[in-house]
Ligand binder design. Structure first.
Ligand code: GLY
Length: 398
């Protein structure tokens, strides 16, 4: 039987899989699905698979419009993942029967005042230095593309390659694809990593189940640094970064309200409006270093609505249907940690920070490759967790 269609033996897959994935957010699910398709038996532990930060995220695939100074290496990975998205969506639909709402709509990043305009000009210069060619538009040209924009918009960058997906549909589609690929789900939390003879050997779950596995992938988002039993020098340096997000609904009579993602930096804060084909309009996001707090605050909602209203005044007419906060898994350099750690048998797929949805396809692919072959693909090498190991830190200070 062909490796990609082999159904893993159920008993084997339940307690003694080749691979145990800890964490059932989109990163853990994509890793599990792609790995199962390589013919390995895969188990996944999570009390609520399909949950996590993707339930809150807007789903922008913003490789170009979210470029920041110092993140040029990450840009390569982001662009590679963006380039895979359309095929990934089609494969997922084929594998699990669900559509993820991939929408090739592009993005318009606009400026409201002269400070914002300067910021956008700087971003434009950085993008051009990185070989990207977004188009600079006048305020009038921006409004011609998006008539709901405020009359005061001073200019903007048109980025036709920054698209969107619906992260909730992505999580549901990955769950379905994993189930069909034979991934065994344990609906329990991982309590402790099992280490035997200096090697990761599985995990004890909080329902008492013990799983022994050939390899373990820690893909628990912002919680990835909190698993007991992980040796101190390989604990991933991830932290939670809170994001509050609003969902509004565009009545059919108002459509098309926006035809593409619109974003801006308003008084130093990022705000974006992501219009879905089904009429949902997602407004995000705050960025708050408040530990594990996921309270939706009046201040957070106020700031998002205030800034979004400055960009698109008509939003105040729309029903507000949901307010929610999630936790991005931040890392020290804002880039993910992918692949083997210094503890044999333990891999990481975490720390995706602002780019979890965007990086899901490439993460699934590189993790499946390293788990199946032992070789981390070249594209992922700059993101090895070993860049944060004590030895690497000593070398960089030498
Ligand atoms: N990438 C969008 C956010 O993290 O808010």
């Amino acid at each position: 039987m062909h490796a990609s269609t082999r159904r893993p033996d159920l008993h084997q897959g339940q307690r003694h899989p080749d691979v145990l994935v800890i964490g059932g957010g989109i990163i853990g699910l994509a890793t599990a699905w792609r790995t199962a398709r390589r013919g390995l038996t895969v188990a996944l532990a999570d009390p609520e698979p399909g949950g996590g930060a993707a339930r809150v995220a807007a789903g922008m695939l913003a490789a170009v419009t979210e470029l920041h100074y110092g993140e040029e290496t990450l840009l390569g990975l982001n662009l590679a993942s963006a380039a895979r998205y359309q095929a990934f969506a089609a494969e997922l639909a084929e594998a699990g029967g669900l559509d993820i709402g991939y929408r090739a709509c592009g993005t318009l990043a606009v400026a409201l005042d002269s400070d914002d305009r300067l910021h956008l000009r700087e971003l434009h210069a950085l993008q051009r230095r990185c070989g990207l060619e977004p188009e600079w538009l006048t305020g009038r040209e921006c409004r011609r593309l998006e008539p709901m924009l405020a009359p005061g918009v001073r200019g903007g960058l048109r980025v036709d390659g920054d698209h969107q997906v619906d992260p909730r549909r992505l999580a549901d589609a990955l769950l379905a694809a994993c189930e069909r690929a034979g991934v065994v789900f344990h609906r329990a939390g991982a309590e402790r990593l099992t280490v035997t003879a200096d090697r990761a050997a599985g995990a004890l779950l909080d329902d008492g189940t013990e799983i022994s596995a050939g390899q373990v992938v820690l893909a628990a988002g912002s919680l990835s640094g909190r698993l007991d039993g992980v040796p101190a020098d390989v604990v991933p340096p991830v932290r939670p970064v809170k994001g509050q997000v609003l969902r509004l609904s565009v009545p059919a009579a108002y459509a098309p309200f926006l035809s593409r993602t619109v974003r801006a930096v308003v008084r130093g804060s990022h705000v974006y409006l992501v219009p879905r084909e089904n009429g949902e309009l997602v407004i995000g996001a705050t960025s708050e270093e408040l530990g594990w707090d996921t309270t939706v605050t009046a201040g957070g909602v106020y700031e998002l609505l205030r800034d979004a209203h400055e960009l698109v005044p008509g939003i105040t007419e729309l029903p507000l249907t949901e307010t929610r906060a999630g936790l991005r898994p931040g890392s020290p350099d804002n880039a993910p940690l992918l692949g083997p750690t210094d503890l044999p048998g333990l891999h990481l797929a975490t720390g995706h920070y602002r780019n979890g949805v965007l990086l899901t396809p490439v993460t699934g692919d590189v993790m499946a490759e390293v788990l199946a072959t032992g070789e981390l693909p070249d594209i992922a090498r700059p993101f090895s967790p070993r860049r944060f190991s004590a030895a690497a830190r000593e070398e960089s200070f030498a």
